[in-house]
Design a protein around this ligand. Sequence first.
Ligand SMILES: Cc1cc2nc3c(=O)[nH]c(=O)nc-3n(C[C@H](O)[C@H](O)[C@H](O)COP(=O)(O)OP(=O)(O)OC[C@H]3O[C@@H](n4cnc5c(N)ncnc54)[C@H](O)[C@@H]3O)c2cc1C
Ligand SMILES: NC(=O)c1ccc[n+]([C@@H]2O[C@H](COP(=O)([O-])OP(=O)(O)OC[C@H]3O[C@@H](n4cnc5c(N)ncnc54)[C@H](O)[C@@H]3O)[C@@H](O)[C@H]2O)c1
Length: 463
Amino acid sequence: MPHFDLVIIGSGSGNSIRDERFADWNVAVVEKGIEGSYGGTCLNVGCIPTKMFVHTADVTSTPSSGTKLGVDLELRDARWRDIRDRIFGRIDAISEGGRRYRAEGEPTVTLVEGQGRFTGVKEFTVDGADGRQVLTADRFVVAAGGRPVIPDIPGIESVGAHTSDTVMRLESLPPRMIILGTGFVATEFAHVFSGLGVDVTLIGRSGRVLRAQDEDVSARFTELAEQRWDVRLDRKELDVERVDGVTRLHLDGPDGPEVVEAEELLVAIGRRPNTDLIDSAAGGLDTAADGKITVDATQRTSVDGVWALGDVSSAFELKHVANHEMRVVQHNLLHPDEPIESDHRFVPHAVFSSPQIASVGLTEQQAREHGVRYVTKIQDYGDIAYGWAMEDTTGFAKLLADPATGKILGAHIIGAQAPTLLQPLVQAMEFDIDARRMARGQYWIHPAMPELVENALLGLPLD
Ligand SMILES: Cc1cc2nc3c(=O)[nH]c(=O)nc-3n(C[C@H](O)[C@H](O)[C@H](O)COP(=O)(O)OP(=O)(O)OC[C@H]3O[C@@H](n4cnc5c(N)ncnc54)[C@H](O)[C@@H]3O)c2cc1C
Ligand SMILES: NC(=O)c1ccc[n+]([C@@H]2O[C@H](COP(=O)([O-])OP(=O)(O)OC[C@H]3O[C@@H](n4cnc5c(N)ncnc54)[C@H](O)[C@@H]3O)[C@@H](O)[C@H]2O)c1
């Protein structure tokens, strides 16, 4: 193998680093494949397919939301194989096209397929179909992502448990599914599979679903989740077994030991960085207590000339953050004497379950813990005109602001179109527009859903 100008490990956000500005750089991209696919988590097993399934599940809820409006509809069938094959028919083609372009598209780019690991500082050894290849380079970008955590429950390796990597490709829908975890992945898949007719049991260790969200949002989501799914909280897993095609999970809970049963088990208890797979220690890369590669604000690691980005190093496991950090690394590779820093001040996220949740900035519990002075306003969808149209009784927007300046400190929305409604609040925070100016310095289309945000802003009890 020649010595490269740049080696990129990982084809998720790392795949976008090399653009026309790097035309005369000799670049290698290393990718092992996720379930055999090129292009990383978001494209193949993350954001994109999940949201295609979520939208489909949203459509299945039309009959139930129609009833209260006086419209009687009937859901006749959800054709799983057609749903699955439509989604992956699109995604697999994009993934394969991306792989082919990387392999053949540019003469100065080499695609190295196989799993690699550092075998020295700026030396990466890949074992793949072409045998063992040792890559050296002036610069490395580590964009190796993460993977689902498998819990240490006795019997787990013998029950055929699924993770988000595999569950979207099931051959058929099971009648019942146990979902272990109550975070992003668990609640999005609970919505998807229950929307398609599967009986879902959700298992959590704490007393709340989505407990990292603002406390009012998490409390409302938990209340609604309990109406829709069999939610078992404050549980501890004891062991798990597979008997006659049924997975039996033994739990200990507030009422003592119990067993839950289902044809499929989905494990969704968080992700771990792939630092062990790449042997970051052999590459001289420092890692933090959570196993992630340590980077400074310019995405530099502890080794000069080695950058890291995305899930392998970031506190945020979100695609828009991985992409932002990728653009910072791009700039810093091209302009090492004028480095820029990643901006992690106002990172929003959304949970695409039902109802949807979107959030940016401080939660109320964080504001309290940090001793920040704040006021809040909770604005119900039910008290705006579009909420009347939808007959919404559960959604709300919650804002936290500095009482003296009106500066928006946090925004949390639970309900229809929450991510879309949140975006202007992200913009206000990023560009330092205070609550008063945001509310009264512009027109708000009447009677559209963003009036939820307008009324929340106007209702803040500022000094
Ligand atoms: C089910 C699910 C849904 C999600 N939904 C959303 C969402 O709606 N919105 C959002 O913002 N985020 C979402 N995320 C998170 C998002 O997918 C990730 O934050 C993002 O994809 C991380 O990108 P990355 O480039 O850091 O890593 P990845 O995309 O994971 O890329 C890392 C690549 O490195 C490769 N690799 C790793 N180790 C090696 C090795 N040793 N040798 C060779 N190659 C290697 C991997 O195969 C992989 O292709 C979701 C995640 C999941 C799991
Ligand atoms: N819409 C989105 O942006 C989106 C969607 C999916 C995933 N993601 C990203 O992927 C990351 C991983 O998602 P996730 O849902 O796997 O993790 P998560 O951190 O959101 O939730 C995992 C949950 O599982 C719980 N848990 C841990 N061990 C457990 C055990 N043994 N039994 C029961 N519960 C246990 C944790 O306490 C936590 O509440 C997220 O943090 C998010 O950044 C984002």
